[in-house]
Design a binder for this molecule. Structure first.
Ligand code: C5P
Length: 254
């Protein structure tokens, strides 16, 4: 890891001061945690794959006019990002029942939901990221009503884009988590997509076999964890071995 000044260290990533004011370097670790840190492990090569996968997705989002913090990938494990003020809310978008929703509401995993459902959780390790409502978010000043309007509209646009992208490569996007930040430009600020989008933060199931290709393989001790992440990268046409000049883009499944 580099000797730059560390700004923040999370469970799966480290942030360093960037080369210019207003930028940071985001380093992707192989560390994996689950069940609020009670389960810890290393998924060899995960950082490299998540760096690539998140780069790919954030670049496409920027291209279609969905603003993100992503600037460019620097190397195998690092990317340059814009410094933002993180909004302390995790935004979860669900198409299919799974995970905590299935548990909370007793809906069997795999049940398609009648429409996309958006949930908000307050980012707090001590409290286990509790589910909160828009009322809590605005009353406690974590975000304004205007911020929430922007967040919801961006989250739904990301959902539309991601579900199509993954559908095209034979993957069912079951759910995913987004984080948002406030990007200050002079006196003005705008909401942008931040953090990462990867198999750490999304449930991705093979459309034909239903096989899981995401962090649930680690959370639930299903084995072949690296292979799951690799398969997502392979289908997106961005396996690191292929090198930056060989990027072929997503491989459309018949
Ligand atoms: O656990 P739950 O069912 O609420 O997770 C919903 C989605 O959000 C999953 O794709 C999971 O990977 C993601 N998530 C996350 N970080 C968290 C909680 C959930 O990336 N702290």
């Amino acid at each position: 890891m580099s000797r730059r000044n560390k700004v923040y260290e999370g469970k799966a990533k480290v942030l360093f001061e960037g080369p210019e004011p207003g930028t940071l370097v985001q380093y992707f670790k192989d560390d994996a945690t689950a069940h609020n840190n009670k389960k810890r492990g290393i998924i060899t090569g995960k950082g490299v794959l998540n760096n690539r996968i998140s780069e790919y997705i954030m670049t496409r989002l920027n291209e279609i006019g969905i603003p993100t913090h992503f600037v460019r990938r620097l190397n195998m494990r690092e990317q340059l990002i814009k410094e933002v003020e993180i909004i302390p809310i995790e935004v979860i978008v669900r198409a299919v029942a799974a995970g905590s929703l299935s548990k909370r509401l007793g809906i069997p995993e795999g049940t398609p939901l009648p429409r996309s459902i958006v949930e908000y959780c307050y980012k707090s390790d001590e409290l286990d990221d509790p589910l909160v409502s828009e009322e809590h978010i605005t009353a406690f000043g974590w975000a304004t009503t205007q911020d929430l309007d922007d967040i919801l509209s961006l989250a739904l646009r990301v959902n539309d884009f991601l579900s199509g992208l993954f559908f095209g490569i034979g993957i069912r996007l079951v759910d995913f988590k987004l984080e948002f930040g406030r990007l200050y430009v002079g006196e003005e600020s705008r909401i942008v997509v931040a953090d990462e989008i990867s198999p750490d933060s999304a449930r991705l199931w093979d459309m034909v076999t239903g096989e899981k290709m995401d962090k649930d393989r680690f959370r639930r001790d299903l084995g072949k964890v690296e292979e799951g992440y690799q398969e997502v990268a392979r289908r997106l046409g961005i396996l690191p071995e292929s090198g930056p000049r060989d990027l072929k883009g997503p491989k459309v499944m018949q």
